[in-house]
Design a protein around this ligand. Structure first.
Ligand SMILES: NC(=O)c1ccc[n+]([C@@H]2O[C@H](COP(=O)([O-])OP(=O)(O)OC[C@H]3O[C@@H](n4cnc5c(N)ncnc54)[C@H](OP(=O)(O)O)[C@@H]3O)[C@@H](O)[C@H]2O)c1
Length: 290
């Protein structure tokens, strides 16, 4: 079948015609329309998404708490790529912050074609060592905000018949994490949620994908209070390379994106090994502060 790539595909950059033809499915076409909204855009993986999407011709709505950092990023993106980047400062652990972003996602006159639910935090210590407030803050950001923003973004996308949501999860969500840490549980939810919601929109032309990174060089571990050394070595990923792979996987129609052969193998083991074996390995390798 011969077809002309839709304008959305042109925004993905130079994609070989053969690859486009193989992955083209009208019912699941990747809805990469003009404007992408990225949460947690001021640092790490979110900033890498913002750069990659601006480079591919998207306009951007950048969400995080730090207004000054958001504005600096928006200025840099405008200068580097000529893209329109607006800022939406919001604390996504708060109802008001989520509501402001939901309102932007529901604006049918200025549609969002791609939502990247990226903002997330980890807690370094075991469950009982954390205050309830800290646990709830992690749950609110990693789970509740992802649910709320996905729930706001999808109806206009489904009505239009295109659009995509990427939920940044983690390889940690495939197994139990270092003993007592609830971070992995939040990411298990993000992956299962994304897979389930993808099923529910499968015939609408809309895509939902979970991105499950391993260790990535960002501010994440420092913010969590984790000492991870010099962050060198083969297990550490570069955020820009991770995002490039994720956007390729979205275009290919993957529901779960795991970067690199190494992490694909680890994810496979975590998914299929008996839990007692995983738990014993986790106890041996724990870095969680007691
Ligand atoms: N780095 C890794 O090794 C790794 C591995 C697997 C998965 N992940 C996941 O990847 C995602 C991004 O993490 P990262 O490594 O890029 O972390 P990061 O460098 O610490 O960046 C986190 C971003 O989230 C924003 N943020 C934090 N709290 C927020 C809140 N309450 N409301 C709104 N925005 C908030 C931060 O900006 P402000 O402080 O300005 O709000 C920042 O832009 C997370 O979901 C994380 O769980 C990371």
């Amino acid at each position: 079948m011969i077809f002309s790539p839709r304008p959305e595909f042109a925004l993905l950059g130079r994609v070989p015609q053969a690859a486009i033809t193989q992955t083209y499915r009208p019912a699941t076409v990747v809805g990469m329309t003009q404007t992408a909204l990225v949460t947690g855009a001021t640092a790490g993986i979110g900033a890498a998404f913002a750069r990659a999407l601006a480079a591919r011709g998207h306009d951007l709505v950048l969400v995080a708490r730090d207004r000054m950092r958001l504005e600096k990023l928006a200025t840099d993106l405008r200068g580097a790529y000529g893209s329109t980047a607006s800022v939406l400062p919001a604390d996504l652990t708060q109802d008001t912050g989520c509501a402001a972003v939901e309102q932007r996602l529901s604006d049918v006159d200025n549609p969002i074609g791609l939502l990247v639910n990226n903002a997330g935090i980890g807690l370094a210590r075991a469950f009982l060592k954390n205050s309830l407030d800290d646990e709830l803050r992690q749950l609110d950001l990693n789970v509740r905000a992802v649910l709320r923003l996905t729930h706001a973004a999808l109806p206009p996308m489904v009505a239009r018949g295109n659009g995509s949501v990427i939920n940044v999860s983690s390889v940690a969500g495939f197994g139990t994490t270092a003993p007592g840490s609830t971070y992995g549980a939040t990411k298990s939810w993000v992956t299962a949620f994304s897979e389930s919601v993808q099923l529910s929109v499968r015939n609408s032309g809309v895509r939902v994908m979970a991105l499950c990174p391993g260790l990535v060089r960002t501010e994440f571990h420092e913010r969590a209070g984790l000492d991870v050394g010099d962050r060198r070595g083969a297990m550490w990923l570069d955020a820009d390379a991770l995002v490039a792979t994720a956007l390729d996987d979205l275009r290919r129609g993957r529901t779960v994106s795991v970067p690199t052969v190494r992490y694909k193998a680890i994810a496979g083991l975590l998914r299929h090994l008996p839990r007692p074996v995983i738990n014993a390995a986790m106890i041996r390798s724990t870095r969680v502060r007691k």
